[in-house]
Design a binder for this molecule. Structure first.
Ligand code: DP6
Length: 388
């Protein structure tokens, strides 16, 4: 009898925010980076993508993806590379065991949802591609490790390869031309340093900036400073950061985080024509973090910025009162501020800085270090194959 079953598997996957940034490709087709990078995986209670992958011989037409309720194009080279690699792995299992259903030959129907608003302006490609790859790997019952799956997710979006793990994650740039050694590995699980917190200040950008894919290509092609970043700065920062994480040394973690963010944005400014991701609100956030550290008499907070104006402030739970206290008068009415946060308003910010932040930040996300992808029985595709 023909197999008409709808096969389904679901996973959630987290967002990650780099503390040593990926910026630059040495091979755009395979998505191989010019430098290694390192990130903190953020808790899925606050930020996550939920994806159900399904397939069936009864599905007609091409592979499809429904993202936040809207049909999404899967014909792009990156998504196609992920589908191709995952199918090839499933086909190898099927070739070795004739009893397995031939899932690799069925069309895929994928449904995906983020638990955070797109309006937050947070890059969701990392969680999105990590969830896509993990959900299909679950559907195909692939034996591959998170590191092996990271090789596939990398081809969807570079930073996605780091979202296959929780905690503190490195993406080793690798040396091989075929990219087979350019993958993520675990530096330390979340349980190693569970007190790490992240306060995300969502800064609304008036217009969409340069995408990271195109921005980094322009930097590689035109910035002289970039050469120094990849040859000297990043290798040193990677070593210092791994050491800081191993020893739970927050001042070292913080200094490397801030210096690396500054270095990345300096290469953007050195790109010709220059690229500016930070705006006046971002710069005020940097000054606020400096004031917090100066008035605390030690480094208790670190800022970092990706390819946009949002500021991520890393701090430890034990310093929550000081760090949140500095922002509380400005952000207590912002969407996302968690009431009941213990605050100590001993840190006073300069009026100009405080005003810029109050005006420019309308939403905050208060979160912390978290776990990697989690298999779940929550399905976005019903047993009959229709999206739910
Ligand atoms: C600034 O992973 O979005 O966030 O590989 O072209 O999809 P593509 O780029 P993407 O770049 C992220 C850049 C960054 C730094 C980082 O996350 O390491």
């Amino acid at each position: 009898m023909a197999d008409t079953k709808v096969y389904r598997a679901s996973t959630t996957a987290p967002v990650n925010i780099a503390v040593v940034k990926y910026w630059g490709k040495r091979d755009a087709k395979l998505n191989l980076p010019t430098n290694s990078s390192l990130s903190v995986t953020l808790s899925q209670s606050d930020l996550r993508t939920l994806t159900t992958a399904s397939c069936s011989s009864t599905y007609t037409g091409d592979d499809s993806l429904l993202l936040n309720g809207e049909p999404s194009d899967v014909s792009g080279a990156r998504t196609q590379a992920c589908f191709r690699e995952l199918r090839a792995r499933r086909a190898a299992l099927e070739a070795a065991n004739a009893a397995l259903p031939k899932l690799s030959t069925f069309p895929l129907k994928i449904v995906s949802e983020n638990n955070f608003p797109t309006a937050a302006g947070l890059a969701s490609s990392a969680a999105g591609f990590a969830a896509l790859v993990q959900a299909i790997a679950n559907l195909y019952e692939l034996p591959d490790s998170p590191s092996e799956l990271s090789l596939i997710a990398r081809q969807g979006s570079g930073s996605a390869c780091r979202s296959l793990f929780g905690g503190y994650v490195a993406w080793r740039m690798g040396e091989k031309e075929d990219g087979s050694d350019s993958k993520a590995d675990l530096v330390a699980p979340a349980s190693h340093w569970p007190s790490m917190r992240a306060l995300i200040l969502v800064v609304s950008a008036s217009k969409k900036g340069v995408s990271s894919t195109s921005g980094m290509q322009q930097t590689v092609a035109t910035s002289g400073l970039f050469q120094q970043r990849i040859s000297t700065i990043v290798p040193a920062n990677m070593a210092l950061m791994e050491d800081a994480i191993k020893n739970r040394n927050f001042p070292q973690f913080a200094e490397v985080t801030m210096r690396d963010s500054n270095s990345f944005h300096a290469t953007c400014a050195d790109t010709y024509p220059p690229i500016f991701y930070m705006n006046d609100v971002s710069k005020a956030a940097i000054r606020a973090v400096e004031a917090i550290n100066a008035q605390a008499g030690k480094t208790v907070a670190a800022y970092t910025f990706d390819a946009g104006p949002n500021c991520v402030v890393y701090y430890q739970e034990e310093d929550a009162a000081t760090v949140l206290g500095a922002f509380a008068p400005l952000l207590a009415t912002a969407e996302g501020w968690k009431d009941g946060s213990v605050v100590n308003a001993s840190v006073k910010l300069d009026e100009g800085i405080a005003g810029t932040i109050k005006e420019g930040v309308s939403r905050v996300i208060m979160t912390g270090v978290g776990e990697g992808p989690l298999k779940t029985d929550e399905f976005l595709v019903a047993e009959d194959g229709t999206p739910v």
